[in-house]
Design a binder for this molecule. Structure first.
Ligand SMILES: N=CN[C@@H](CCC(=O)O)C(=O)O
Ligand SMILES: [Zn+2]
Length: 432
């Protein structure tokens, strides 16, 4: 093939495609075996999309007349799809390291929340922060996510609660979507907590009557484009009926439903999400058997968050049962001031050890299934022709080292590539 292409990833020891037949997700046995090529190469075109994937010699023959803007010699290394983080809260001011100490001393998440800390503490600081300050810290956090291999991330608002601050957060996300080398799926999470001075019904009415119409108006004018709607459906936060009203109203203005459910108490959130056609539900530590069956039937993804269960010493979600029953299991870092973790490789490791997932299942959950949870698996989550050219290159001859070496990704990940462009090059790569 003559002409010019953007990138050749040449001669990888392992090229981990994840999927090879255009699957939108991997459930049941599908997640157990991943598509992996040995001694293979991949080509990204000037439009940022993957043009070819295959054995080294075949790709060299096919592109013998082609020039490349960049060639990366991947000998002895592994290439994987860019990782997808399906759940984060990365825009906020004021850390909560003091609450970490309180939790270590025995306070529960809800003790702190009900005493006015937790989300309320972050809301107070985020309301006061300038848009510029929020953008700068957000940018820094996204760069840390990229260096840990994330190339598509879901980002929530939800530390504003009032319309003004929720819009400030969403503008910050919009700016990052335009300016930074990472793909973002944005989520309006105005129902993250009931604001001080309002009861649940008042907060729900305010969201439905004021926030959502404003989001629709800003979408039509092209100022802010939001992808998902979220609610923290939890005892003492938003009950099932308010959750239903908000999610339905969000769906009515074209947002995908993707919400927090069944985390600290069984709420029948999974059953509700399946009924409303939710794309995904997160947490699910307290899901019922009926909820698992309903999510499998509705093809509603379960976004499991191993850092939260670990940090808060919660019971683990039943990942094995969900996988056996055919639920589409995805993973997220849940980066937020309560669970300060940017790293999907560490999340995969925790999912394997604490939730008993296999490494293949964890990688599927952090790539194609996380992309599915965001409605993006037609463009992200696997190395297949036509998809966006997002990759990580690791300095190891077997891809499983990315999960096995807990915390080791900082030395293992050599390149992070988005749309065929190197967006992170690690200068201290060491291998093993
Ligand atoms: N559970 C609700 N929301 C977040 C925590 C947010 C916070 O504590 O600031 C979560 O997903 O873990
Ligand atoms: Zn969350």
């Amino acid at each position: 093939m003559a002409g010019e292409q953007r990138l050749l990833l040449d001669n990888a020891r392992q090229l981990v495609l994840v999927c090879a037949r255009g699957e939108t997700h991997l459930a049941r046995g599908g997640a157990r075996g991943l598509a992996v090529l040995e001694a293979a190469s991949a080509v990204v075109g000037r439009d940022g999309c993957i043009k070819a994937v295959g054995p080294v010699d075949a790709i060299r023959r096919q592109f013998s007349e082609t020039s490349f803007e960049k060639i990366i010699d991947c000998s002895g290394k592994c290439v994987l799809p860019g990782l997808v983080d399906a759940h984060t809260h990365p825009i906020w001011a004021g850390d909560r390291v003091h609450e970490f100490a309180m939790k270590l001393a025995g306070a529960s998440y809800m003790d702190i929340h009900q005493a006015g800390g937790g989300i309320h503490f972050t809301v107070e600081h985020t309301q006061k922060a300038s848009e510029e300050e929020l953008f700068n810290t957000f940018k820094h956090r996204l760069l840390r996510m990229i260096s840990a291999g994330t190339t598509l991330v879901e980002c929530k608002s939800g530390y504003g609660l009032n319309l003004e601050t929720e819009l400030k957060m969403l503008r910050v996300i919009e700016r990052a979507k335009r300016l930074l080398d990472i793909s973002i799926s944005s989520t309006y999470c105005g129902a993250h907590s009931v604001p001080k001075g309002k009861n649940v019904t008042e907060a729900t009415d305010d969201i439905i009557n004021n926030h959502l119409p404003k989001l629709k108006e800003l979408d039509l004018s092209g100022e802010i484009h939001v992808n998902n709607i979220d609610v923290f459906c939890e005892k003492g936060v938003f009950d099932l009926n308010s959750t239903r009203r908000i999610l339905q109203a969000g769906k009515d203005i074209g947002l995908q439903i993707n919400f927090h459910g069944d985390e600290l108490h069984p709420m029948k959130a999974a059953e509700l999400g399946a009924e409303l056609g939710a794309q995904a539900i997160s947490h699910l530590e307290e899901i019922s058997d009926e909820g698992i069956a309903a999510m499998a039937k509705a093809k509603c993804a379960a976004v499991l968050l191993p850092t939260t269960a670990y940090m808060l010493r919660l019971k683990q979600p039943q990942a094995r049962k969900m996988l056996q029953e055919g639920v589409i299991v995805a993973l997220g870092s849940d980066f937020n001031p309560n669970a300060y973790c940017f790293s999907m490789p560490m999340v995969m490791h925790l999912a394997c050890v604490n939730m008993k997932m296999s490494m293949n299942e964890a990688l599927a959950a952090a790539t194609i299934n996380a992309a599915y949870a965001l409605g993006r698996s037609h463009t992200h989550g696997s190395i297949e022709i036509g998809k966006q050219g997002d990759f990580i290159v690791i300095n190891s001859s077997r891809w499983e080292h990315l999960i096995y070496q807990f915390g080791g990704h900082q030395e293992l990940i050599e390149y992070v590539i988005v749309k065929g462009k190197v967006v992170y090059k690690n200068e201290r790569v060491m291998g093993y």
